[in-house]
Design a protein around this ligand. Structure first.
Ligand code: 5GP
Length: 174
């Protein structure tokens, strides 16, 4: 069966939601600075759009963790491939995650960064799946809840493909 893409969220819908999340963040951190942490690679577009909408003193850093390996199922193991450059001690940190599925990745990263004594540590997630409900309390800024489908686009990949799409689609037949 050939791979097909079914549009789930178009670019305008995603952009409008990210602007809303940015307004929430601005009101929560009024007159403060924030460090936005991009989880590579899937959160690149989310981070980039969010950072451009947040009108605060903002720094950006990158961390790379992996739990999926060229497949549609999680390995359940989180590895750090690239760590932050910024010292986050005493900083307001917002971890930006593309999609929370089981919550393994975000829980691991939250615990890791907590040990570095940030002033505050919150999580922004563009998407969350039903299986994420067990950890949903730990998502402070959530874009969209989606069904339990495998999605690609807007940073999300299937075997490194589709990250460049400006929209999010359900991948079928892969
Ligand atoms: P978790 O650790 O929450 O189970 O999985 C989180 C990571 O799995 C995400 O950062 C993402 O890389 C990957 N992931 C989970 N669901 C999907 C999906 O539907 N599509 C894609 N492309 N990646 C997913």
């Amino acid at each position: 069966m050939a791979e097909t893409l079914d549009l789930l969220l178009d670019n305008a819908t995603i952009t409008a939601k990210i602007a809303e999340l940015a307004r929430e963040i601005e009101s929560d951190y009024e007159n403060e600075s924030v460090v936005l942490v991009c989880i590579l690679k899937g959160s690149i577009h989310f981070l980039s759009d969010l950072a451009r909408h947040v009108r605060l003193d903002t720094r950006i850093d990158f961390i790379q963790a992996s739990s999926y390996h060229d497949s549609k199922t999680s390995s359940g193991v989180v590895q750090i491939r690239k760590d932050l450059d910024i010292n986050i001690e005493g900083q307001n940190v917002i971890i930006c995650e593309d999609i929370v599925d089981t919550g393994t990745t975000i829980n691991y990263l939250r615990s890791l960064l907590e040990t570095r004594n940030p002033k505050t540590l919150r999580v922004a997630a563009l998407l969350s799946k039903p299986s994420a409900h067990v950890v949903e309390n730990s998502i402070d800024y959530l874009g969209f809840e989606i069904e339990n489908e495998f999605v690609v686009g807007y940073g999300l990949d299937y075997a490194e493909r589709y990250r460049n799409l400006p929209y999010i689609a359900i991948l079928r037949g892969a």
